[in-house]
Design a protein around this ligand. Structure first.
Ligand SMILES: NC(=O)c1ccc[n+]([C@@H]2O[C@H](COP(=O)([O-])OP(=O)(O)OC[C@H]3O[C@@H](n4cnc5c(N)ncnc54)[C@H](OP(=O)(O)O)[C@@H]3O)[C@@H](O)[C@H]2O)c1
Length: 301
């Protein structure tokens, strides 16, 4: 007899990461996908009633206000969506005994460290976005929910989203020269690899870790600056026959490209906790980029 399928509630389902999670979801899950405008995470009554009605075993929250500079202009909205609303989900998950998977960010750190950030490192967000995402983490911790995974990740890109790879390829098709910052260092993360990592955690073999719940850092392996990333995007794109106009990528400094929200200068993660809990492999960021470029070819993006 086949095992009973598990009900999974996927929140923010039209977003970049959620689309990838939906596309690789193991067959043992039966997903229900919700997003704006029908489902609003900031509506506590709606969150509670949807969760009670479905009684999911797992809730994956990909919904967020993710426009980092937009958060500076709309701090109240950012804090409502990324902070308080996450508390409603934790409350609902606790009531129905569901596992809550919530995605957070490297922007909870100030970027002053020079070695990879571990989960226990002191947070010190420098932007409204980072602050609001930290409030979301804290809402889960203070809810008393035991069965949660908070997965911090960085520099996400994948199909179905406005992301750095698409921006670079668009600009490289339009301009002779690209100017990209080289004094912010982190790790690009392919949504396909993060989606795999989420299921690796949720389905972790208890022999690796008897109680796997908690806070995790996940990104692809390795590190680079945005400038290095842009160079790699263009060279790998050209190597597969892609045409670009840009003859040159010029490294610039953050100070020469002012944006409303301050970004961490360094936000590389230590991933040892994830690796120990899952026993999984960690693809390097160049491999993640290749997987994405392959998928773009298949999807003819
Ligand atoms: N993108 C990155 O580089 C990055 C890096 C680190 C961490 N993260 C985190 O990773 C997660 C997924 O990011 P992503 O880039 O996939 O996000 P995304 O593409 O912006 O998707 C977020 C989704 O949430 C929806 N949403 C916004 N407010 C909502 C609300 N009140 N109720 C219900 N749904 C709502 C959005 O709808 P609308 O589009 O209609 O607003 C959108 O469909 C987020 O938690 C983000 O903070 C992202």
């Amino acid at each position: 007899m086949s095992a009973q399928k598990k009900k999974l509630l996927l929140i923010g389902s039209n977003g970049m990461l959620a689309q990838q999670i939906a596309s690789i979801m193991p067959a043992k899950y039966t997903p229900t996908a919700v997003d704006l405008p029908e489902f609003d995470l900031t509506d506590r009554a709606q969150v509670l009633s949807v969760v009670y009605a479905l009684q999911p075993e797992i809730i994956i929250n990909c919904a967020a206000y993710t426009k980092v500079d937009g958060c500076e202009a709309e701090p109240e909205l950012a804090i409502r969506v990324n902070g308080a609303a996450v508390g409603y989900l934790a409350e609902a998950a606790k009531k129905v005994d569901a596992v809550l998977v919530h995605i957070s960010t490297d922007y909870v750190f100030d970027g002053e460290k020079k070695t990879p950030y571990v989960e226990e490192d002191q947070t010190n967000p420098q932007s409204v976005y980072g602050h609001s995402k930290l409030l979301g983490e804290q809402a889960i911790l203070s809810s008393g929910l035991r069965k949660y995974f908070i997965v911090r990740t960085s520099w996400l890109y994948g199909p179905g989203g406005n992301n750095f790879v698409e921006t670079v390829l668009r600009l490289a098709a339009e301009r002779q020269e690209l100017r990209i910052v080289d004094d912010q260092v982190g790790t690009p993360t392919y949504t396909g690899d993060l989606a795999d990592a989420i299921f690796n955690l949720v389905d972790a073999d208890p022999s690796h870790h008897p109680s796997p719940y908690g806070l995790y850092h996940f990104a692809n392996a390795g590190q680079c600056s945005w400038y290095d990333f842009a160079i790699e995007i263009i060279s790998r794109y050209k190597a597969r026959g892609g045409q670009v106009k840009a003859a040159r990528v010029k490294p610039i400094k953050t100070i020469d490209y002012p944006l409303p929200a301050k970004r961490p200068a360094y936000s590389v993660f230590d991933k040892e906790k994830y690796l120990a809990a899952t026993g999984a492999n960690l693809p390097d960021w160049q491999k993640g980029l290749d997987r994405y470029l392959n998928l773009r070819d298949v999807l003819k993006l």
